[in-house]
Design a protein around this ligand. Structure first.
Ligand SMILES: [Zn+2]
Length: 42
């Protein structure tokens, strides 16, 4: 399993890349759109 990119805004846990292309916190099962994290350029 790959893990990227940011942390859960609710609990601070690491997010995992979901197979459907978004991201999921395994701790609280919150899902995030991948686009939410693509804008962390600068
Ligand atoms: Zn969480």
């Amino acid at each position: 399993m790959r893990y990227p990119i940011g942390s859960c805004r609710d609990c601070g846990e690491r997010l995992y890349e979901h197979i459907e292309g978004d991201y999921q916190c395994l701790n609280c099962n919150r899902r995030y759109e991948s686009t939410e994290f693509e804008m962390r350029a600068a």
